[in-house]
Design a protein around this ligand. Structure first.
Ligand code: SAM
Length: 223
């Protein structure tokens, strides 16, 4: 197992004063996270670059004081990392699996974070409960399905920030019909953390329409 204490210089820069909290989280991931099967044993050797820094640079794209929902947090990526690096944010970690929400709740307590709520639910079940400024997600679903889950959780003008890999551009093209169905006009690729993390983190940013409008064919909410 890798030593989560060998902290790269980039992490020192990105986490700043929050670095000790990030180190505690890295230790918890490398220990309980691996033992309980939330992350693979090989990930323990590359926690900082592939996970913590990869997620922390997302903070560059999140507006101040935003209410954020992280869909499918798993072991807390990227939501818990965002909460560590950006205490101004209010973050809801949405995760359906009990084993994972238990881990997340323990992590929040261990790290002493007061800007995080853990909720056990599927994204598509809780759309009525939120008007978030930002929805984040990493490795949860193909972009077209993710858009269908995320946009109903956002306020008008809110943003989905989806961390994506090499297929980001292709997924964006494939999401054309669902973007059209939701009347989305802004859906674009960005690279974050240039010069800090190699490769930079690729995100797809999708902005919900400023005027509330329903996807064609979606059910009307009863008030
Ligand atoms: C491959 S894991 C990724 C976890 C984490 N985001 C990461 O990058 O390490 C996918 C996660 O999405 C969750 N998930 C799957 N379907 C979901 C849904 N409909 N709503 C919310 N979470 C979901 C799973 O339980 C799982 O924790």
């Amino acid at each position: 197992m890798g030593d989560p204490k060998s902290v790269p210089e980039a992490a020192r820069q990105i986490f700043g004063d929050a670095l000790p909290v990030a180190e505690r989280y890295a230790e918890f991931l490398a220990d309980a996270g691996v033992v309980r099967g939330l992350i693979g044993p090989r990930e323990a050797d590359r926690l900082w670059e592939r996970h913590l820094i990869n997620c922390a640079v997302l903070a560059e794209a999140v507006p101040r004081d935003a209410a954020v929902i992280d869909i499918g947090s798993g072991a807390g990526l990227p939501g818990l990392v965002l909460a560590i690096v950006r205490p101004d944010l209010s973050i809801t970690l949405l995760e359906p699996l009990l084993r994972r929400t238990t881990f997340l709740t323990e992590a929040v307590e261990l790290l002493g974070l007061d800007n995080v709520e853990v909720r056990r639910a599927r994204a598509e079940e809780v759309a009525r409960d939120y008007q978030a400024d930002v929805v984040t997600a990493r490795a949860v679903a193909p972009l077209d399905r993710l858009i269908g889950w995320a946009l109903p959780l956002l306020r008008p003008g809110g943003e989905l920030l989806a961390l994506k890999g090499e297929r980001a551009a292709q997924e964006l093209t494939e999401a054309g019909p669902v973007l059209k169905r939701f009347g989305v006009r802004t859906a674009e690729l960005h690279r974050l953390g240039q010069g800090k993390v190699e490769p930079p983190t690729t995100i797809v940013r999708v902005v919900a329409e400023r005027v509330p409008r329903r996807a064609k064919g979606s059910r009307k909410r009863s008030s």
